[in-house]
Design a protein around this ligand. Structure first.
Ligand code: SF4
Ligand code: SF4
Length: 217
């Protein structure tokens, strides 16, 4: 199925969090209450008011005292969404995929509160969250309203460095391949695109996956 894709070039992310804030603006979400837990990452995870989060991962480095990897995280809009498969067992149609590939949690997920934990566990990245105010399961909806009107997603429009990109499948995959080649040249052969055949959000990384986000969340 063709449709819309994201491409995230982690080598260009400066953790400005423009994408995170643009998402909040478009979705009219309030700030999440946080505490100081020793990281610049804020909030500590996705939540009912945060559909996109820039993760900060800090590691020792041979060249410098430490190195930071930044990772803008949201739903991957899977080609075969495990969340939908799980939800369908309880209420068919509560999670749907639209004509350009956005995986959408409808208002019918309000009836899935008891199944929320199982749906979250079904997601390989533990993305779905529970919105206490609306009493509904929520996550990134690929700005389907903006995209249907011919606009880019709010988060990708806000990115000033070309780290977060959005568009048609062919154009995004072409860009991903070009950036992969450039990364390999710049970083001594390192670089890979994650989950290329399974998701609509393609990540370019230059180190072990586990260094970009906690393995078990
Ligand atoms: Fe569903 Fe998780 Fe895939 Fe998003 S990333 S479509 S929540 S399984
Ligand atoms: Fe938020 Fe829209 Fe970006 Fe999804 S596509 S993370 S809803 S701004």
């Amino acid at each position: 199925m063709a449709g819309k894709y994201f491409f995230v070039d982690t080598t260009r992310c400066t953790a400005c969090r423009g994408c995170q804030i643009a998402c909040k603006n478009w979705n009219k979400q309030r700030a999440s209450k946080t505490t100081q837990y020793g990281s610049y990452q804020n909030p500590s995870d996705l939540d009912g008011n945060t559909f996109r989060l820039v993760r900060f991962m800090e590691h020792p480095s041979k060249q410098n005292s430490m190195v930071w990897y930044f990772f803008t995280e949201a739903c991957r809009h899977c080609l075969k969404p495990a969340c939908q498969k799980k939800a369908d067992q309880i209420k068919k149609g509560a999670i749907v995929v639209n004509d350009f590939g956005a995986v959408l949690f409808t208002k019918e997920t309000k009836e899935l509160e008891k199944a929320f934990k199982a749906i979250k566990q079904a997601c390989p990245w533990s993305i779905p969250t529970w919105n206490k105010k609306d009493r509904q399961i929520v996550k990134c909806h690929m700005c389907h309203d903006r995209v249907a009107a011919g606009l880019p997603t709010s988060c990708s429009k806000a990115c000033p460095t070309g780290a977060l990109n959005f568009g048609e499948e062919a154009a995004i995959k072409k860009l991903a391949n070009e950036r992969l080649a450039a990364a390999k040249k710049k970083f001594g052969g390192k670089g890979e695109i994650l989950d290329l055949d399974d998701v609509r959000v393609l990540y370019l990384i230059i180190d072990e996956q586990s260094k970009y986000r906690p393995v078990a969340i």
